[in-house]
Design a protein around this ligand. Structure first.
Ligand code: ADP
Ligand code: MG
Length: 850
């Protein structure tokens, strides 16, 4: 399409006007209307409006930055990298005279560290601002501070197809608000999902996509098709499924995602003579427009990276996209003519989806961005003008990591090491690893490890076990101790590939990703360059395997893991986390650090996987983090052995490294634990019998009614003490189970108190006819005596214990049923007795009835 005819051209004058009045604008225009390609050119070509210097366009995606630069260069008839260029993390295609520069991620923020005034930059455009990538958010805030201060002339613009613009306009106020309607043809949206959608249980999304694609290809004879899938894996599967369908014959089926080589990405966008089916990630949602699309098949899913501050792990899970994303995707079908969009989910599912995606700042690891801000002198993060502030918890977690890595001091200010770390376009962990590498004399290899870690491993998975073993043997020729670190495998593969000059055939034979290796080589050179720029010498003077592993440990000590057993891959990880080693790892050591701890979907299941592992030694930890070790001695009751044992624990932070038996517990340690088991009823003292309970009841009776005698009641606490005394000196159950209890009880009383017990709380009371009736002492302080009517004839009208407390009679009929409870026998004889006698005499005529 001719750029001159794009809808965006209609705002040219308005834009010029806005820029002569102020320096900030927000532009809302539909996808494909020309924002990304035309607005930078308008600013560059606008006569007299005063945008002098470079126009930097911040893009959320690398693919988009590269392709837009290529397109704009083509439109202007210039070579890519001259007037128009791009810079993404680890890739720079621009020159001294570059006027329009597309960038991603931290590129601009980093530039602000070296050049806080952004000399030479005339305008910064924040494209696709609705995506709310973290670097967009933070760079916008920093740029705003700069514009309000030393660079009032700097032009700032935010652009998007789907902007909920009010909060942004408020944030940027005063600012111009530009809109352009653009052409949009109607899109017929169809739902092709079963009502009960669960991501796991159904037919795979690629098979359903292929089936729907075939149907629509037959129904709609014209126009290209765009299929959305969450990632490279699903895209491959979809293409395989499509290739088997007859309706797709004669179509070009093309993948489009960030991991493809540039030529393949270009092929997906470039016009083609045949009907095209493009299978893309959400890079095609708004960032890139593909002309000629009339049909969209939307799988409804995306891989969404996030960070879980609670557990301290990164997650990359396939999630359902929001309604806003789905609408954008559908819109891709209606750019050139009326279109069709098939959503592979139900309308009900659709209504339950989130309205829009959550901003990155609310979900990803903040440590890299915070290291920036701290380096840029933003000490008070709470006062920073966040467009949307991050969560306190994520912020705290990132700051803790930065101070663990030594980048911040105890007051949260940047340290000299932190400043040097910030120079590297790496996660602070890898930057820290480089610092340690420099200290140990292996900076060059550490930089190689960092370079090899920025993408997937160049050592490709191999299903065939024999081939895998052969590769291992071969690579051991480069690095013998492959089992010490998964990174060593990468280093060996890299060395082999480099030696073969990254020859495709050679790399394929050994399962090495040639393009990945070549990219890593470039990265490696750049990191060495950055090191030199930061005054470090990227050479190896002592690059032993051990030193490299120590350097890795420095960056990842908070991802230290200990295998829980030898039989499984399970590990306990510092900070109360658990996970499982990735199956492919060669590291067998019990103690290791995992450079990646991620929750991800693995063949339909979600699990926490530890990968890129490195074996470490406890003595290194001791040298590096002496204050993070602690020893505890713990005495516990071992249920299986039914005995108390003493355990010594050695901990690193809160990870138990060692837990072993440590000598015998002392009597003072063992007795309370045994007593606790007895009290809980899990151990039985055989001699703690009814007699003991009765003795205690008597004691408590005297204590309650005769306080003047100085006898102490025996409550729960006293019982515990008594049991402890019984257990004293024992260690196991076998020592205590037959121990006598009464002697301890007797000791409870002072000398001379035992006769008081017999006097005031006798075990039995003598009734007429020589009957010795047992007295029952209840916890409520009453003393009961149960006897039949006949046994009580001739008994005194009242019995006072210790001359003070009346016994309560439970008067029983001959069948031993109670007929009356009273302390006053005399009153009974006079009162109720007559009735009792009348009733019972007939039934028990042979008993005596007076
Ligand atoms: P917006 O940013 O508003 O979505 P763009 O500036 O990216 O729009 O694209 C404007 C138009 O330029 C598109 O509709 C498309 O026709 C054309 N275009 C953009 N990039 C390319 C490309 N790489 N190849 C072919 N055409 C392109
Ligand atoms: Mg765009």
């Amino acid at each position: 399409m001719d750029p001159k005819g794009l809808p965006i051209q209609s705002i040219r004058e308005e834009l010029a006007l806005a820029l002569s009045a102020g320096r900030r604008f927000v532009l809302e225009a539909p996808t494909g209307s020309g924002k990304s390609t035309q607005v930078p050119q308008m600013l560059a070509d606008m006569p007299g409006c005063g945008v002098s210097g470079q126009i930097v366009v911040l893009q959320p995606r690398r693919v988009a930055a590269r392709m837009l630069a290529r397109r704009v260069a083509w439109e202007r008839g210039v070579k890519l990298g001259a007037e128009v260029g791009y810079q993404v993390r680890f890739e720079r295609v621009f020159g001294r005279d570059t006027r329009i520069l597309f960038v991603t991620e931290g590129v601009l923020l980093r530039r602000m560290l070296d050049d806080p005034e952004l000399k030479g930059v005339g305008a910064v455009l924040f494209d696709e601002f609705h995506e709310r990538h973290i670097y967009g958010d933070v760079t916008l805030a920093q740029a705003l501070i700069l514009q309000r201060g030393r660079r009032p002339n700097l032009v700032l613009g935010a652009m998007s197809a789907t902007l909920d613009g009010a909060p942004l306009r408020e944030f940027l106020a005063p600012c111009a608000h530009l809109r352009c309607e653009g052409r949009m043809f109607p899109v017929d949206i169809r739902y092709a999902g079963s009502p009960a959608v669960s991501v796991r249980d159904e037919e795979p999304v690629w098979d359903r996509a292929a089936r729907e694609a075939e149907r629509v290809l037959r129904e709609e004879p014209e126009g290209d098709m765009l299929i959305f899938m969450p990632g490279a894996f699903e895209i491959r599967r979809t293409i395989e499924a499509l290739q088997g369908r007859s309706a797709a014959k004669g179509c070009d089926i093309l993948p489009l995602h960030g991991e493809l080589p540039p030529e393949a990405q270009d092929a997906a966008i470039d016009p083609s003579a045949r009907r095209k089916i493009i299978v893309a990630t959400n890079v095609a949602e708004t960032s890139l427009t593909i002309d000629g699309v009339r049909v969209v098949i939307d799988g409804g899913l995306a891989r969404i990276p996030a960070y879980d501050p609670q557990r301290g792990i990164d997650t990359i899970l396939v999630k359902k996209i929001s309604r806003a994303s789905a609408d954008q995707r559908a819109g891709r079908a209606g750019r050139t003519a009326p279109g069709v969009c098939v959503r592979l989910w139900s309308q009900r599912d659709h209504e339950q989806r989130a309205a829009r995606e959550e901003a990155e700042i609310r979900r990803i690891d903040l440590s890299e961005v915070l290291l920036f801000l701290k380096t840029a002198g933003v000490d008070d993060l709470a006062a920073f003008p966040w467009f949307e502030p991050p969560e306190e918890k994520s912020m705290a977690r990132a700051l803790t990591l930065l101070s663990d890595l030594g980048a911040l001091d105890h007051r949260g200010r940047i340290t000299p090491v932190g400043r040097r770390m910030a120079a590297f376009p790496l996660h602070p962990r890898f930057a820290r690893m480089l610092m340690e590498g420099e200290r140990l004399g292996c900076l060059r290899t550490a930089a190689l490890v960092a370079a090899l870690s920025q993408d997937r491993s160049i050592v490709m998975p191999m299903d065939n076990g024999r081939e895998r073993a052969a590769r291992e043997d071969f690579l051991r020729g480069y690095v013998p101790d492959l089992d010490d670190s998964d990174f060593f495998m990468d280093i060996a593969a890299f060395a082999a590939a480099a030696e073969a000059r990254f020859d495709m055939g050679f790399c394929r034979k050994w399962g090495i990703h040639a393009t990945g290796a070549r990219t890593a080589a470039r990265l490696f050179e750049q990191l060495c360059g950055t090191a030199r720029g930061a005054g470090l010498n990227p050479v190896d003077s002592a690059a032993s395997g051990e030193n490299i592993r120590r350097a890795i440990l420095a960056g990842f000590s908070d991802q230290l893991a200990l295998r829980t057993d030898r039989a499984t891959l399970r590990c306990a990880v510092v900070h109360d986390r658990r996970g499982e080693l990735r199956r492919e790892t060669l590291v067998e050591a019990p103690l290791l650090v995992a450079a990646e701890i991620e929750e991800r979907n693995v063949r339909g299941d979600v699990g926490v996987l530890l990968s890129r592992n490195t074996a470490v030694q406890e003595s290194w930890l001791e040298e590096m983090f002496p204050e993070d070790f602690s020893r505890t001695r713990e005495v516990v009751f071992d249920e299986s052995q039914r005995r108390v044992s003493a355990r010594a624990r050695r901990m690193f932070r809160n990870l138990v490294l060692e837990d072993s038996q440590s000598g015998e517990p002392t009597p003072d340690e063992a007795a309370p634990l045994l007593a606790a088991e007895v009290l809980a009823g899990r151990l039985i003292l055989k001699q703690w019998d009814a007699e003991v309970e009765r003795w205690i009841a008597r004691c408590n009776f005297v204590a309650r009614h005769f306080p003047d005698y100085g006898i102490h009641a025996i409550g729960e606490a006293e019982k515990t003490l008594l049991i402890e005394q019984v257990c004293y000196g024992a260690i196991g159950y076998k020592d205590i189970k037959d121990r006598p209890v009464m002697p301890q009880l007797r000791d409870w009383l002072a000398a001379g108190q035992e006769p008081l017990l017999d006097k005031c709380a006798p075990e039995r009371v003598e009734l007429p006819r020589g009957i010795k009736a047992r007295v029952r002492y209840e916890p409520d302080g009453r003393a009961f005596l149960a006897a039949t009517v006949q046994q009580l004839y001739d008994a005194p009208g009242q019995i006072l214990l210790g001359g003070r407390v009346p016994v309560v009679f439970e008067i029983l009929a001959p069948n031993r049923r109670p007929v009356q409870i009273t302390a006053d026998l005399a009153a009974f004889w006079k009162g109720a007795y007559e009735d009792v006698k009348k009733q019972q005499k007939g039934r028990y005529p042979r008993h005596e009835w007076r």
